[in-house]
Design a binder for this molecule. Structure first.
Ligand SMILES: C[S@@+](CC[C@H](N)C(=O)[O-])C[C@H]1O[C@@H](n2cnc3c(N)ncnc32)[C@H](O)[C@@H]1O
Length: 215
């Protein structure tokens, strides 16, 4: 669902850093060949994520939900020299397109990929992450937050995508589906957690940004 008119969206994109040629082609190929291409972050959100990453200049990033690699390429731009983005996806079908575009973007040496269930993989990663981007199965958002919390230093960030869920979060409680409930629970969880401060950015489908302020 678009919260803004097409005209306003065009205006916003006009005054937003353009997609690189590689991102533009990845965007197009994902829409031509993949199932559920709307999962891809896209121009505006990709550039917002890139800008967050440039501002934070993380040593390491964890991304949960690679899909075809669009947001990973955007986020990896902000890494400190020698930094790494770790990205996990349960679906191995994206293998070919991801490898090709990571290479074309010159990002293949900055990105470590994992294939499998993020709930199983995260506990096996022995790293600390200044920036975490949660963008996989909605039911596990709160579990992901708990799993990554100790891997994030004070001053680090945990971002979660789709927290507005096309506006479904405002529907009557009795009509809510599992994913919508999980997203509302996630927002309540971080809002009531004194160890983080949070802002819900109404960008595309909503990005919850949390900054860790204590252990
Ligand atoms: C919204 S897409 C990610 C989009 C990507 N971050 C981007 O912006 O271009 C969500 C991805 O999460 C993956 N996923 C779903 N459940 C998962 C799980 N339990 N563990 C790891 N990945 C999962 C899906 O296969 C899908 O590719």
């Amino acid at each position: 669902m678009d919260f803004l008119t097409d005209e306003l969206n065009e205006y916003i994109e006009k005054y937003t850093r353009k997609e690189s040629d590689v991102l533009k082609r990845l965007n197009r190929e994902t829409y031509l060949k993949m199932l559920m291409p709307r999962m891809l972050s896209g121009h505006l959100q990709g550039q917002v994520l890139r800008m967050f990453s440039m501002m934070i200049a993380p040593k390491n990033i964890l991304e949960i939900g690679t899909y075809t690699g669009y947001s990973a390429i955007c986020l990896s731009d902000g890494l400190k020299d020698g930094g790494k983005l770790h990205t996990i996806d349960i679906n191995e079908e994206y293998e070919e397109i991801i490898s090709r575009y990571f290479k074309e973007a010159g990002a293949e040496n900055k990105i470590k990929r994992y294939i499998g269930n993020a709930m199983d993989i995260i506990p096996t990663i022995n790293e600390s992450f200044d920036l975490v981007f949660i963008d996989a199965d909605k039911e596990n958002y709160s579990n992901y937050f708990d799993l990554v919390f100790d891997m994030v230093p004070i001053g680090g960030y945990i971002l979660a995508d789709n927290v507005l869920w096309s506006g479904k979060v405002l529907e009557k409680p009795e009509t809510l589906d599992i994913d919508t409930k999980a997203l509302i629970n996630y927002c309540n969880k971080v809002e009531s957690d004194p160890r983080v401060e949070n802002v819900l950015f109404p960008i595309r489908d909503g990005i919850m940004v949390c900054r860790k302020i204590s252990n």
